[in-house]
Design a protein around this ligand. Sequence first.
Ligand code: SF4
Ligand code: F3S
Ligand code: FES
Length: 234
Amino acid sequence: MQVDLRILRYDPERDQKPHWESYAVECDPKMDRVLDLLHRVKYELDGSLTFRRSCAHGVCGSDAMLINGRNRLACKLRVEQLGKRRITVAPLPGLPVIKDLVVDMDDFFDKYKSVQPYLVNDSPVPDTERPQSPTERAIYDDTTKCILCAACTSSCPSFWAQPAYVGPAAIVNAHRFIFDSRDEGGDERLEILADADGVWRCRTIFNCTDACPRGIRITQAILEVSSAIVGRRI
Ligand code: SF4
Ligand code: F3S
Ligand code: FES
């Protein structure tokens, strides 16, 4: 089958503004993913096309992009799933474009780092491990699955309206440690997220949950963090 692949192109050295370019690409809709189509364009039609990808198997989170109007991982989406012969691909919305489908992720990672996404525990190190029951582990299991693809934050209208909003990805990664029974930095993280640009910017729009390629219940995690801020009187 041949598909009409429309890609929003932008080269800051040549273009005044982004523009659409179309490519007729042969594909097997059952087998080929959108990433395979992009590879076909780059290797066979136009080597200047620029995009990120690494693992090609939904693990590294580097190829999130706007595909037919929804944020998706190009390597996880088969052409058949789209059910159309015309496929549009654009960079993640709300983030500065560096070139073609590559966006600037610096601010995204700064926000991620701002919530201390690592275990904080200054207690003396025990002789063996720090034990945790299966029930305690289950409380934050969902939020351990994040691959930092930015599909959630860049699909959030609150983030588009107020780019200072820390965003759902950072909150998900804060949640992963706030509710870890071995961690002692929860209150500090909650204080950070109680800021004007923290969790209160969320309007429960659910775009983030819909966009997450890992199926993380992001909106629920945000509400759990908000409740903890109130419950712990932060
Ligand atoms: Fe991507 Fe989901 Fe992590 Fe957001 S929460 S960065 S959508 S994996
Ligand atoms: Fe945005 Fe998700 Fe909240 S889309 S408003 S962070 S529920
Ligand atoms: Fe790694 Fe798609 S290339 S998640």
